[in-house]
Write a protein that binds this ligand. Structure first.
Ligand code: SAM
Length: 299
């Protein structure tokens, strides 16, 4: 079966991977962003950035054929793999049948991680060479649900990495930047050229290292996220116009939104993309406190 073929698979050779896939009636699936990392140097760098300890509980998103997994297993024994492709699940199950602490979770990570979290708690590390088309969605999903491990290392498209690290007022600064920076410091782990993957993607990739900074209260994140999405819904409109036309105005009232802007010293004529994360958080704090004050007569 597939597992017996592992000896024929050289993770650093595009030819070997192509042959392996072909022998088993497979081909890289673009829909699942299957670009396999073929550089041992980059793999070693990722493992270094993870700063693993033997007892670390590690989640790997998208293990593919396991090129990173065996290196993770050398350093830490509690590993959980989240893989969407059934063909790889079959291969990984056979390949790692001897590892009692390795868990393999089949399906879309966005749909599966929460039950693992409920059972095992927050992992110490989360990593993944993520599929390009869904990387930001996967990262935002984890953060918005409060699943922020003490250290997370992701490979993403270079432009996505730039958005994660972007500062206010730049073209790259987006709702996704605010969500990432609300939870974590985002460090640049370096660029990876297309030649480090098989098949080579049409874009550059980059490594990002995320570490929670603990500056903000996570209970505010849903409102921060809602404000941010409203602010960035139309980049050319002013803060006043985007917020007043959003569902926030119906919920909090236009006067309260105007008061929140004034309290934060925010010029409503500016553009949303100029607001720093802490300013958006301050807006959310003000609106939450105002709405709980407004509700106080109900008690
Ligand atoms: N880790 C391998 C490597 O470095 O060579 C493969 C990385 S490849 C860029 C992305 C992997 O994520 C593929 O194995 C793909 O099947 C898997 N994948 C894509 N979407 C996924 C999802 N929503 N949930 C879990 N795995 C997913």
């Amino acid at each position: 079966m597939l597992g017996a073929m592992h000896g024929e698979l050289n993770y650093n050779s595009p030819k070997s991977i192509a042959q392996f896939l072909q022998t088993h009636g497979m081909a890289p699936n673009r829909r699942f962003g299957q670009n396999f990392l073929i550089s041992q140097g980059i793999r070693e760098k990722i493992v270094g950035l993870l700063e693993l300890e033997e007892q670390s509980n590690v989640w790997e998103i998208g293990p593919g054929l396991g090129a990173m997994t065996h290196m993770l297993l050398d350093k830490a024994k509690n590993i959980t793999l989240f893989e969407i492709d059934n063909r790889f699940i079959q291969f990984l199950t056979i390949l790692y049948s001897e590892y009692p602490h390795l868990k393999i979770v089949n399906g879309d990570v966005v749909k599966t991680w929460k039950s693992v979290y409920r059972e095992d708690g927050l992992p110490d590390r989360i990593m993944g060479n993520l599929p390009y088309n869904t990387a930001s969605m996967i990262i935002a999903d984890l953060i918005e649900a409060g699943c922020v491990a003490p250290r997370m290392v992701f490979t993403v498209q270079k432009e996505v990495a730039a958005r994660m690290r972007a500062i206010p007022g730049t073209r790259e600064y987006s709702a996704f930047s605010v969500i990432c920076q609300f939870a974590c410091t985002v460090e640049d782990g370096g660029t990876i050229s297309p030649g480090a993957f098989y098949p080579p993607p049409h874009v550059d990739s980059a490594l990002v290292v995320m570490k929670p900074h603990g500056r903000f209260n996570f209970s505010r994140l849903p409102l921060v996220s809602e404000i941010t999405k409203a602010l960035f819904s139309s980049r050319r409109k002013t803060i006043r116009n985007t917020l007043i036309r959003s569902s926030l105005a119906a919920r909090y009232g236009q006067e309260n939104i105007a008061a929140a802007l004034e309290a934060g010293g925010i010029d409503p004529g500016r553009r949303g993309e100029e607001l720093a994360v802490e300013t958006v958080v301050a807006l959310a704090e003000f609106l939450s406190e105002t709405s709980s004050r407004d509700d106080s007569w109900m008690v």
